[in-house]
Design a protein around this ligand. Structure first.
Ligand code: PGA
Length: 242
């Protein structure tokens, strides 16, 4: 794993944005895998700034998002559809037909997962996939204990994930308990993976991911099995690295 340690969130966001922008500048029809959460917001801001300067176009870029809650309408401010639109897609020149986010409102969510995976695989491998990490080590919504063999699937969120995400909702009971997520097999199929993390609350998970045993108990440890992973973290998230 290639590890880049920066001083703060701002610098982490800039380095991550540069990875994204360089991929798009090098390959006009690149396929990007994209995350949500608080961590990538700064990266998206910098990507949007660069687009507004006229330095990069997303016209032929395809995107696939990592995950989505079940049963949150696209207009719900906590849906990942809404997040992506307000933080990135509505500010760039991407063709809306090239945006893919699992549909958590589908009548048959299992079928939706199968179709999502098929669409992703038939678009060619993701040229680059960006990830965050949960304090429990989840990537996407692959929670501790889930198999490393999964493709896109329906998953039930751990209590501590629900608690961590409650900050965005009015009350804990409003946080969905089910989500659709790319599986570990899907994640490992990306050509290049970039994981970003900041803050002390991620330090244990970051250390386990890098130095711990490869085990479904620590989902992000699966990244040790991929040959092109870059971790971009700040000093605080790096503070427990051996
Ligand atoms: P965060 O979420 O960026 O909001 O910390 C990361 C994750 O849970 O994957």
């Amino acid at each position: 794993m290639n590890i880049i340690i920066k001083n703060n969130y701002e610098e982490v966001s800039q380095v991550a944005a540069d990875f994204l922008l360089n991929t798009v500048k090098d390959k006009k029809n690149a396929v990007l895998g994209l995350p949500t959460g608080s961590t990538p917001i700064g990266m998206y801001e910098k990507v949007v700034e660069e687009h507004k300067k006229g330095n990069v176009s997303f016209k032929d870029i395809k995107t696939f998002n990592l995950d989505e809650y079940v049963n949150l309408d696209r207009d719900n401010i906590n849906s990942y559809y809404y997040f992506m639109n307000s933080n990135l897609f509505s500010h760039i020149d991407i063709d809306k037909n090239n945006i893919h986010i699992p549909n958590g409102m589908a009548d048959d969510v299992e079928k939706e997962c199968m179709e999502y995976e098929e669409k992703l695989q038939s678009s060619g491998s993701m040229d680059i996939l960006f990830l965050g990490i949960g304090i429990n080590g989840h990537i996407g919504f692959n929670e501790p204990g889930e198999s490393f063999q999964t493709t896109t699937h329906v998953t039930h969120l751990e209590h501590n994930t629900i608690e961590a995400n409650a900050r965005f909702f009015d009350k804990l009971e409003d946080v969905p308990t089910t989500a659709l997520t790319m599986g570990m097999k899907t994640i490992l199929s990306a050509k290049k993976i970039v994981l970003i993390a900041t803050g002390e609350n991620k330090a244990n998970a970051v250390n386990e991911m890098v130095n711990g045993k490869v085990t479904p108990k620590m989902p992000a440890s699966v990244l040790q099995l991929h040959n092109d992973v870059t971790i971009i973290i700040d000093n605080l998230a790096a503070s427990k690295l051996n």
